[in-house]
Design a protein around this ligand. Structure first.
Ligand code: COA
Length: 385
C-alpha cells in the first residue's frame, strides 16, 4: 500500500498512538518518575501496603475503604461464591481443549443473561454487577480448568483473602509458609494488573459501553481484546518462552536468535512506557524473593538474562507481564490460566471505566482516513468480465 498522505489530516495517528481519546479520573500513567497512580494513589504504595480487595474497592467506589467497608465488601463477594446454573451447565459441556480465555468470554456473556441487573445501567446497578463478576470469574476459571483436567472440584472458602482464595482455587495450596509467600506475591500482581488507563481492552470496553449497552457486553468485548498476545496474552507467551529456553545457559543464544529472525520477544516494549514500566521493577523484586523462598532460581535467571540482552540489543525494557510470568511459574499455576488471572484483577479497572463512561456518556465514534479506490460507476452483473 502506498504511504498515506496525511497533509489534510495532520492529527491522524496510526494505532491512535499518542491520541487523547477521552477523560478518566481513575488512573494516571506517568511516563516519568511519578509512576502509575490509581485515583491519585501511587501504585507502588498500594502494592506495598494495601490488599488487592482495597484496590478493587478504591476503583469501584472511588475511595479507600474503612475497615468496616472492607469487611462488608468481602462479605458481599463471598455471597456470590456459587455460579448460576446455566454457567455451571456450560462449563460442563465446553470443549476441554478450548482456551480458558474463550471459556471465560462465553461464561461472562452467559452471566449477562442471568444477572438480575443486566439491563440497568445506573451507577449502583453497575457496581452490583461488578462485584458479582469479581466473585464469579475466579470460580469460572477454576471450575473450567478442573473439569478439563479431570481434577477434583474445590469448594470455595470464605476465610481467605482474595489472593489466597485464588491461589487455592487454582493450585489447591493454602496455609503453609510457602503458600502464604505465594499468595502475597499474587496479591501484589493483582494490584499491579488492576488498572492502566486507556489500554486496548479497557478502551474496547469503553467503546462498547458508550453505546449504552449492558456492562456484561462491554466486559465480553474486553476479554476478547485482552486475549491477544500483544496485550494480556503476553504473560502466557512469556512463560512459554521461558519453558522453551529451559536453562539459563541457553537464554542469551535463544534471544539473539529470536532477534536475528525479527521475532518479537514477549514481555518487552510498551506503547506508552518507552523508558520502562515502573510496575516491572516491583514485580521483579517479588519474583526474586519468591525464587529464593521456593529454592528455584531457574526461571528468574533465565528472565534476567533475556532482560539484559533485550536492553543491550534493542533498548527495550520489560513490561509487567515479564517478571509476573516468573512468579506465576513458581506458584505452579498452569500457564494457560495466566491471562485469565489478569482478568481476575483487571475486571475491577474495566468495570470502573464502564461505570465512568456510562455516568458521563458520549458515544465513541471516531472517523477513518479513507484509503480505498476513487468513486466508480456500478457495472451491472451481466456486463462484468
Ligand atoms: N520484541 C522485539 N522487538 C520489539 C518488541 C519486542 N517485544 N516490541 C517492539 N519492538 C520493536 C518493533 O519491532 C519495532 O522495531 P522497528 O521499528 O525496527 O520495526 C519497534 O520496536 C517499535 O515497535 P512497535 O510495534 O511500533 O511499537 P508499539 O508501540 O506499536 O508496540 C507493543 C507496543 C507492546 C505491541 C510491542 O512492544 C510488543 O509487541 N511487545 C511484545 C508483546 C507484549 O509484551 N505485550 C504486552 C504489552 S503490556
Amino acid at each position: 500500500m502506498p504511504p498515506i498522505d496525511t497533509t489534510n489530516n495532520p492529527t491522524y495517528s496510526p494505532g491512535l498512538d499518542g491520541v487523547l481519546a477521552g477523560e478518566t479520573a481513575l488512573c494516571h500513567v506517568d511516563e516519568g518518575e511519578g509512576g502509575l497512580r490509581y485515583l491519585g494513589y501511587r501504585v507502588s504504595d498500594l502494592a506495598d501496603q494495601a490488599r488487592f480487595e482495597e484496590v478493587a474497592y478504591l476503583l469501584l467506589f472511588g475511595k479507600l475503604p474503612t475497615r468496616k467497608e472492607l469487611k462488608d465488601f468481602t462479605t458481599q463477594l463471598a455471597a456470590y461464591f456459587a455460579l448460576p446454573a446455566p454457567v455451571e451447565a456450560f462449563l460442563g459441556v465446553a470443549p476441554p481443549a478450548a482456551h480458558p480465555m474463550d471459556i471465560l468470554r462465553t461464561s461472562v456473556s452467559l452471566l449477562g443473561m442471568t444477572d438480575p441487573d443486566t439491563s440497568d445501567n445506573s451507577h449502583d446497578a453497575n457496581v452490583r454487577k461488578a462485584i458479582r463478576l469479581m466473585a464469579h470469574i475466579p470460580l469460572i476459571i477454576a471450575t473450567a480448568y478442573r473439569l478439563a483436567n479431570e481434577n477434583l472440584p474445590v469448594e470455595p472458602q470464605t476465610d481467605l483473602s482474595f489472593a489466597e482464595h485464588l491461589l487455592y482455587l487454582l493450585t489447591d495450596r493454602r496455609g503453609d509458609e510457602t503458600a502464604k509467600a505465594m499468595a502475597h506475591v499474587l496479591d501484589v500482581s493483582l494490584t499491579l494488573y488492576a488498572e492502566h488507563e486507556f489500554n486496548a481492552s479497557t478502551f474496547s470496553a469503553r467503546v462498547t459501553a458508550s453505546t449504552m449497552t449492558d456492562l456484561h457486553s462491554a466486559i465480553t468485548s474486553a476479554i476478547g481484546t485482552l486475549k491477544g498476545p500483544l496485550h494480556g496474552g503476553a504473560n502466557e507467551a512469556v512463560a512459554e518462552m521461558f519453558i522453551e529456553i529451559e536453562h539459563c545457559e541457553r537464554a542469551e543464544r535463544w534471544v539473539r536468535a529470536a532477534l536475528a529472525h525479527k521475532q518479537r520477544v514477549m514481555g518487552f516494549g510498551h506503547r506508552v512506557l518507552k523508558k520502562g514500566d515502573s510496575r516491572s521493577a516491583i514485580i521483579q523484586q517479588h519474583a526474586e524473593a519468591l525464587s529464593r523462598i521456593c529454592g528455584d532460581r531457574r526461571w528468574y535467571e533465565i528472565a534476567t538474562t533475556v532482560d539484559r540482552v533485550m536492553q543491550q540489543e534493542k533498548g527495550l525494557y520489560p513490561n509487567l507481564d515479564f517478571y509476573t510470568a516468573v512468579a506465576y511459574l513458581l506458584m505452579g499455576i498452569p500457564r494457560e490460566l495466566y491471562t485469565p488471572l489478569f482478568v481476575c484483577s483487571r475486571i475491577t479497572g474495566w468495570c470502573a471505566h464502564i461505570i465512568e463512561q456510562q455516568d458521563h456518556n458520549r458515544l465513541i465514534r471516531p472517523r477513518a482516513l479513507y484509503t480505498g479506490p476513487p468513486t466508480r460507476n456500478y457495472v451491472p452483473l451481466d456486463r462484468r468480465s
